[in-house]
Design a protein around this ligand. Structure first.
Ligand SMILES: C[S@@+](CC[C@H](N)C(=O)[O-])C[C@H]1O[C@@H](n2cnc3c(N)ncnc32)[C@H](O)[C@@H]1O
Length: 274
């Protein structure tokens, strides 16, 4: 009573107040958050650009034997009749390629094809466009930057053919991805796939199967360099349970004449019908 009131502050060791501290340091906090956000964006951009460049290096020179396998695999596309009366009149079909990357499959679409390209990595677009120049008979109707799982903007039953090559190895939700393919295909439409998979001849190539696990999980070179790619995917069972009316597929060893791709040689190619 009658004594002098003593106020304590942080500086003289008094009680620390959260709200006072926030209001005094708000600018600094916002600055730190903005910097962290920018660094994250930058790392992501570098990652996407790096992967697109790696894929450009891997695909800029054709492997003639692999092209022969592709030619044979995609040959039946030329016999497909479009569900769309307008395209039918022009003897053309609509192809949707998901995970189009640098555009390595242009040579295998029938002449006059209308292409809808989907890829979540916009850094591929310039390589894709440069490649497209060599194929004036293919018309790109749309290039959509999104994932196969989220391509809701592609209308139901709107495409005659879906093409996917070397993509399912890096998809987290394969069931959703395949469900979207079924949704966008017209009745009777075809899904062409070519994917590297887990080694299937364990007796002969047990070492490769081991190394696929090593390079995916222990020293994860593949997911690192190839943006989430896993070498141990089986893939065919997933396609078989995705609700297609028919699935025809075979396993084979891809003729890639470079030792770097030895872990990717076991492959799967096939056609699923809606
Ligand atoms: C190994 S590259 C293959 C590119 C090309 N299809 C080829 O055969 O060379 C994988 C491609 O799938 C794309 N991709 C990755 N995740 C995807 C997803 N969830 N949906 C669609 N594409 C995806 C990548 O951006 C990349 O273009």
């Amino acid at each position: 009573m009658g004594g002098e009131e003593v106020r304590t502050t942080k500086e003289d060791g008094g009680e620390w107040d959260f709200y006072t501290w926030i209001s005094n340091n708000l600018t600094m906090l916002l600055y730190i958050l903005a910097t962290l956000w920018l660094i994250k964006k930058l790392i992501n951009l570098v990652r996407l650009r790096f992967f697109a460049y790696v894929m450009h290096l891997c695909t800029k020179d054709e492997f003639p034997q692999l092209e022969e396998v592709k030619k044979d695999h995609f040959a039946s596309m030329a016999k497909i009749t479009s569900h769309d009366p307008e395209l039918r009149k022009q003897n053309a079909i609509r192809v949707l390629e998901i995970g189009v990357g640098t555009g390595v499959n242009f040579a295998h679409y029938p002449k006059g094809s209308r292409l809808v390209a989907v890829d979540p990595n916009h850094e591929f677009k310039s390589y894709f466009e440069a490649n497209k120049q060599k194929f004036p008979n293919i018309e790109v109707e749309d290039y959509i930057v999104t994932t196969g799982e989220k391509m809701d903007m592609v209308p139901d039953g709107s495409v005659d053919v879906v093409v996917v090559t070397l993509v399912l190895c890096s998809i987290d939700d394969t069931a959703r991805f395949l469900g979207q393919i079924r949704r966008v295909l017209a009745p009777g439409g075809k899904f062409y796939f070519m994917e590297h998979i887990a080694e299937f001849n364990l007796k002969k190539h047990w070492l490769r199967r081991r190394m696929q696990d090593v390079f995916t999980y222990i020293i994860p070179v593949w997911p690192w360099v190839f943006d989430g790619c896993c070498l141990d995917r089986e893939t065919l069972p997933e396609i078989e349970k995705a609700g297609f009316s028919k699935v025809e597929a075979d396993r084979y060893y891809a003729p890639i004449p470079h030792w770097v791709f030895w872990p990717e040689q076991p492959n799967l190619k096939g056609i699923a019908t809606k």
